[in-house]
Design a protein around this ligand. Structure first.
Ligand code: APR
Length: 240
């Protein structure tokens, strides 16, 4: 996919008004659209992660845990995700799941041709969803392929779809008891999602999931460069 494939819409700078919506709306939209947590609305609200200067319980019921514990389980690193030795690395793929450039290209190159063979059998993946394969020659045991939204200005549900990518990937990891998972900054390359906004949604969605689930125990944001890492640090300090 090159920028011309994204159509003239991709050339426009993002409409600033789109950023007035609080991140919680995007995460809320994702819950309403995509997720019924075990038959009930997810009890966790972003607001709970921002207790004014005090450690607070986040999540509800038997899984509630201290906010500091949730933050302790999230780490930001800078580097090449294909080198991380974790249970699963997440791939920012496209709907064909047949490879591409960016992190998708790097993961397929490091995993070897067997990864593409397995992906061929998956029959693609809709935007906002995730699929899991083995990791083959990668240091990671599994690859979770998720398809982020192409940024079109923010009015096409991109934020909820991006939240769905993180939530869907975490759900696959939890359901397979994968203790550590690493994410690239989904959609912030070829798909042109504004990095700062994407990082806020990524961190908020992960924090919300970890508040109610003990697995994965560790989530790594593997950023490819300082701009992306700074965006994630800012997002993390925004909820800490
Ligand atoms: N390790 C970690 N992060 C990486 C790596 C790497 N080896 N290579 C690139 N990245 C980062 C980019 O810098 C960006 O921050 O991953 C983020 C996502 O960028 P892209 O890989 O371009 O993915 P995305 O924006 O989601 O676009 C997906 O691009 O490669 C194609 O097939 C893919 O069509 C799909 C589209």
């Amino acid at each position: 996919v090159c920028s011309s494939d994204l159509g003239e819409g991709a050339a426009k700078p993002p409409d600033k008004r789109q950023f007035q919506k609080p991140v919680a709306d995007a995460v809320e939209a994702d819950i309403n659209q995509n997720v019924r947590w075990r038959g009930r609305r997810h009890p966790y609200r972003l607001a709970q992660v921002k207790p004014e200067g005090k450690v607070d319980k986040v999540g509800q019921g038997e899984n509630a845990m201290a906010e500091t514990e949730v933050l302790r389980r999230m780490t930001i690193v800078e580097g090449d995700i294909t080198r991380l030795e974790v249970a699963a690395i997440v791939n920012a793929a496209n709907e064909t799941l047949l490879g591409g450039g960016g992190v998708d290209g790097a993961i397929h190159a490091a995993a070897g041709p067997a990864l593409l063979e397995e992906c061929r059998g998956l029959g693609g993946c809709p935007t906002g969803e995730a699929r899991i394969t083995r990791g083959y020659a990668l240091a990671a045991r599994h690859v979770i392929h998720t398809v982020g939204p192409i940024w079109q200005g923010g009015g096409e549900g991109e934020e909820a779809l991006l939240a769905g990518c993180y939530r869907g990937s975490l759900t696959l990891a939890r359901d397979r008891d994968l203790k550590a998972i690493a994410f690239p900054a989904i959609s912030t390359g070829v798909y042109r999602f504004p990095p700062a906004r994407a990082a806020e949604i990524a961190v908020a969605t992960v924090a919300q999931f970890l508040a109610d689930d003990r697995i994965p125990e560790k989530v790594i944001f593997c950023c490819f460069g300082e701009v992306s890492a700074d965006a994630h640090r800012a997002a993390l300090s925004g909820i800490g």
